[in-house]
Write a protein that binds this ligand. Structure first.
Ligand SMILES: CC(C)(COP(=O)(O)OP(=O)(O)OC[C@H]1O[C@@H](n2cnc3c(N)ncnc32)[C@H](O)[C@@H]1OP(=O)(O)O)[C@@H](O)C(=O)NCCC(=O)NCCS
Length: 229
C-alpha cells in the first residue's frame, strides 16, 4: 500500500541514495534535503517499506509551492508521482492555501504531462541562472517601495519568486516580497535575487527573472504552473 507522510531526518540517506543521479549532471536534492526536512517542507511516499518518492511543499500565506518531486527510478510509471502531487495539494489545502504553483523545466516532457493531467494551468515563464552584473539602481523604502512592488505584481498577475529563495515562485503579496528584501529599480524592479525584468545581482549565485535578458549563463526556461485549490 502507498502512503504519504512528512519526511524525517532518518529518511535522508535513503532519499539521497535514489536522487543522486536523476540527470546526467546529478541533482540538487541531496544538497538541500537535510534543510527541507528540518524546515518540515519535505514529504515522502512509502511503498512496501521503502521510500518510493520525495517532494516538498512550502506554504507562503495562502499560496503553496510544490518542488523537488522525484520518484524512485524503478518505480516510475505506476501513478506514484501523480498520487504524490495530489497528496501535496490536499496537504496545501489543509494548510489553508487557496492556490498552488510549481515550476517545470521547458525540456521536462513527463512533468509537463503529469502536472497538466492533475489540472495545473500554464501561467508564465520564469528564467534563471547566473546574472551578468551586479545590482545598481535606486533602492526604495516606505510607501514608494510598497507601491512599486504592488504595481509590479499587478503586471505579473500576482506571481513572483522569493528574493531570498529565487526558485520558489508563486502568488505573492507585496508584503511577502518586502519582508524578504529591499526593492531597487533601474530599467525594471528587482528585489533580492528576483527581478520583474532582466536578471540582476551577484554573478556568483543563481537569480530568477521574468525576462530572459541579463544572464551570463542562463538555464533552460521554466514554466510556472498554477492550480486553484
Ligand atoms: C516526472 C516523474 C515525477 C513522474 O512520476 P511517475 O510516478 O513516473 O508518474 P506517474 O506514473 O504518476 O504518471 C502520471 C502522468 O504523468 C505523465 N507521465 C509520467 N511519466 C511520463 C513519461 N515518461 N512520458 C510521458 N508522460 C509521462 C503521464 O501523463 C502520466 O499519466 P498516464 O500514465 O495516465 O498517461 C518521474 O518520472 C521522475 O521522478 N522524474 C525525474 C525527476 C523529475 O523530472 N521531477 C520533476 C521535476 S518538476
Amino acid at each position: 500500500m502507498l502512503y504519504f507522510r512528512r519526511a524525517t531526518e532518518d529518511d535522508v540517506p535513503e532519499i539521497v541514495s535514489f536522487t543522486m543521479d536523476t540527470w546526467e549532471w546529478g541533482d540538487y536534492i541531496p544538497r538541500v534535503i537535510g534543510r527541507w526536512v528540518a524546515e518540515r517542507r519535505a514529504y515522502v511516499a512509502v511503498w512496501s517499506g521503502r521510500i518510493a518518492a520525495v517532494a516538498a511543499m512550502l506554504l507562503i500565506g495562502k499560496s503553496a509551492y510544490l518542488q523537488g518531486l522525484r520518484v524512485r527510478p524503478e518505480l516510475r510509471g505506476r501513478g506514484i508521482g501523480e498520487a504524490m502531487t495530489r497528496f501535496l495539494l490536499d496537504e496545501a489545502k489543509r494548510g489553508g492555501a487557496s492556490i498552488a504553483t510549481l515550476l517545470v523545466a521547458e525540456w521536462n516532457a513527463p512533468s509537463h504531462k503529469l502536472v497538466q493531467k492533475v489540472g495545473f494551468k500554464l501561467r508564465m515563464y520564469i528564467y534563471g541562472g547566473r546574472p551578468l552584473g551586479n545590482s545598481g539602481g535606486r533602492c526604495l523604502s516606505g510607501v514608494e517601495a510598497y507601491e512599486a512592488v504592488a504595481e509590479a505584481l499587478g503586471k505579473s498577475r500576482g506571481y513572483a519568486c522569493l528574493p531570498d529563495e529565487p526558485w520558489v515562485c508563486t502568488a505573492l503579496t507585496p508584503w511577502d516580497l518586502l519582508s524578504r528584501g529591499t526593492p531597487c529599480v533601474d530599467e525594471s524592479l528587482y528585489i533580492g535575487r528576483f527581478s520583474f525584468g532582466k536578471a540582476r545581482g551577484d554573478p556568483g549565485v543563481d537569480v530568477t527573472s521574468l525576462t530572459p535578458d541579463g544572464y551570463k549563463e542562463r538555464y533552460a526556461a521554466h514554466f510556472l504552473y498554477a492550480i486553484e485549490l
